[in-house]
Design a protein around this ligand. Structure first.
Ligand SMILES: [Zn+2]
Length: 307
């Protein structure tokens, strides 16, 4: 049995905005296509676009809409939920927050988000916020004092700390602020593709030392500097991390339903096409045990250790 776990998609935010169901096959991640490859755990983000002044309200709107329209998905809050997804061959949803702006100025909002099921939270999106500087910053502000308190609170609640979208300075400040596992839910390798959203080798090594994971993002501009990316580029980034730190620290971070149409891959368009990746990993020569780690077992370890 192979478990599929993906670190990031934006589907829930879109279904809320478009008042659609998560079974709608127009979405790259949807429960009809996911059902064909169960067991599946999708880490599903509530993305707080900086255009929303009231981040906490926005977060609750998206999460509440999912909770009312969750169909037969299992919400992953505790280890027992993971066991149940695997045993009953189900689709699990692990709720995440993309952009710490979701808490506005109040750390107590983290308690409320946790109660609703949030189990992973990023510090940033691309812009600077009250917590720290984002990947596309022009400052070297790093993590603010409020950001440090935010990370302490995530630690306390055992919420997974996601440094995707944080600036390099914020990343290192976060490393100095916490001894916990750090993950990058959807990022790629800077050494292969020079993009501010990608991770440098010393960041990848630090994540591996923390027993974390990097979810490779299916977004062309992060994968190659020119032209449209495809499965070969995904393999290149996976292989790069494996060569650098071994096969325990890389997984998927597809960003399905979060990538501009022109930036999507030319071949893998959604969870329905995931066999293309599995075949490419086999052709590359990876053994079954490594492929299983990449497709889900590495994420499974990280989640099981955290929640
Ligand atoms: Zn993102």
């Amino acid at each position: 049995m192979r478990i599929y776990i993906d670190g990031h998609c934006d589907t829930l935010t879109n279904t809320f905005d478009e008042k659609n169901k998560i079974s709608n096959t127009k979405y790259c991640f949807n429960t009809i296509d996911a059902k064909k490859i169960t067991p599946v755990i999708q880490m599903a983000a509530t993305f707080i676009n900086p255009k929303y002044q009231d981040g906490f309200k926005r977060a609750n709107d998206v999460i509440d809409y999912y909770l009312k329209n969750r169909a037969d998905t299992v919400i992953i809050k505790f280890k027992k939920d993971i066991k149940s997804v695997i045993k009953n061959n189900k689709i699990g949803i692990l709720l995440t927050i993309e952009n710490g702006r979701a808490i506005d100025k109040d750390l107590n909002n983290i308690d409320i988000l946790y109660e609703k099921g949030i189990r992973a939270m990023s510090i940033n999106w691309n812009e600077d916020n009250l917590l720290g500087s984002g990947a596309l910053t022009t400052s070297n502000l790093g993590l603010t004092n409020f950001g440090k308190s935010y990370l302490k609170k995530l630690e306390e609640k055992s919420i997974i700390i996601d440094i995707s979208h944080s600036s390099e300075q914020t990343f290192w400040d976060a490393i100095n602020c916490t001894t916990k596992t750090i993950v990058a839910t959807h990022s790629c390798c800077y050494n292969l593709c020079n993009h501010p959203r990608n991770l440098k080798d010393n960041q990848i090594k630090e994540i591996s030392k923390r027993n974390g994971i990097i979810g490779i993002c299916f977004c062309s501009p992060f994968l190659k500097e020119y032209g449209r990316a495809n499965v070969t580029d995904i393999i290149n980034h996976i292989a790069y991390i494996i060569n650098l730190v071994g096969d325990d620290y890389v997984g998927l971070g597809t960003d399905f339903d979060g990538v501009l149409r022109e930036d999507t891959l030319s071949d893998i368009k959604g969870i329905r096409d995931i066999d293309i990746l599995i075949n490419a990993l086999q052709n590359y020569g990876y053994k079954e045990s490594t492929i299983n780690k990449i497709m889900g077992e590495n994420w499974l370890r990280v989640i099981n250790n955290a929640i």
